[in-house]
Design a protein around this ligand. Structure first.
Ligand code: ADP
Ligand code: MG
Ligand code: MG
Length: 258
């Protein structure tokens, strides 16, 4: 079992135009273990993406206080690559196009980058795993021979992101708004992919603005983030209450002004 801990995390970003720094995360605490799926919900602009980017180590996000630990080891001074090698995965909101690399080549490189040099995946094992996951996600094999993300529709990019997740099998997946822009059929496929990883060696932090996704990927724990802090934690029912009462209702209940 692995544990990912976020302790009193304070994060600043600098505005490119004004060069002013702004504190976005104001003391976030969160502990998750493999075997668990956590959801973070919250209004736009509240710091959800900042949290996932900071956990993954994107350099634009400056940690001014607090720590992020994987099995007790601080990740704070580690690069994105190092964190990925240790088992973290961040699903991008807008995955980039990478020129001249086919999807299959990218996937194999991504798997091998996370493995030791004497433990690289064989072509046979790679293809077997790829076929299995393509079938699970109802994706055509031709998708893997196309250049990564070039000319992919929004839905294809999301599906492909889940394909990456299934191929890489990280310890912890940070999935930021994987539901945005998906129709109901694509949402079901994406959810099926994530659910297929559920088990004692996999944990996920699912970030979403809406409750809908959580009907398909039922979380063990739901956190609500507002104003750069987690203001409430509960079980899957909390997401349903929020859907009914909205964030405004919760603001009133908690007497917070953010
Ligand atoms: P959410 O995902 O909850 O909608 P974000 O984490 O994307 O919220 O954004 C929180 C705040 O931080 C917003 O005011 C946003 O403009 C700001 N912010 C996020 N990332 C950056 C960045 N790289 N540079 C400048 N400001 C940023
Ligand atoms: Mg604090
Ligand atoms: Mg966001």
């Amino acid at each position: 079992m692995s544990t990912l801990e976020v302790k009193d995390l304070h994060v600043e970003v600098s505005d490119e135009e004004s060069q002013e720094t702004k504190e976005i995360l104001k003391g976030v605490n969160l502990t998750m273990k493999t075997g668990e799926i956590h959801a973070i919900m919250g209004p736009n602009g509240t710091g959800k993406s900042t949290l996932s980017q900071t956990i993954m180590g994107q350099p634009a996000y400056h940690v001014t206080q607090g720590d992020i630990l994987l099995d007790g080891t601080s990740l704070i001074d580690m690069s994105v690559d190092e964190r990925a090698r240790r088992g973290l995965f961040l699903g991008m909101q807008y995955p980039a196009e990478i020129q001249g690399v086919t999807n299959a080549e990218f996937l194999r490189a991504a798997i091998n980058a996370r493995r030791a040099s004497d433990d690289q995946i064989s072509v046979m094992d790679f293809l077997k795993k790829l076929d299995k996951n393509l079938a699970l996600l109802d994706m055509s094999e031709s998708m893997t021979e196309r250049y990564l993300n070039e000319g992919f529709s929004g839905g294809e990019k999301k599906r492909n992101e889940i394909l990456q997740l299934l191929m890489i099998q990280p310890k912890f997946a940070l999935l930021d708004e994987i539901d945005s822009g998906l129709d109901i059929d694509a949402l079901k496929v994406v959810s099926k992919g994530v659910n297929s990883l559920r088990g004692k060696d996999f944990g996920s932090l699912i970030i979403t603005h809406y409750q809908r996704l959580l009907n398909y990927i039922v979380p063990d724990v739901v956190h609500v983030m507002m104003g750069g802090r987690i203001v409430k934690t509960g079980d899957a029912d909390l997401a349903k209450t929020l859907e009914k009462e909205g964030y405004a209702g919760l603001r009133d209940d908690l007497g917070i002004d953010v």
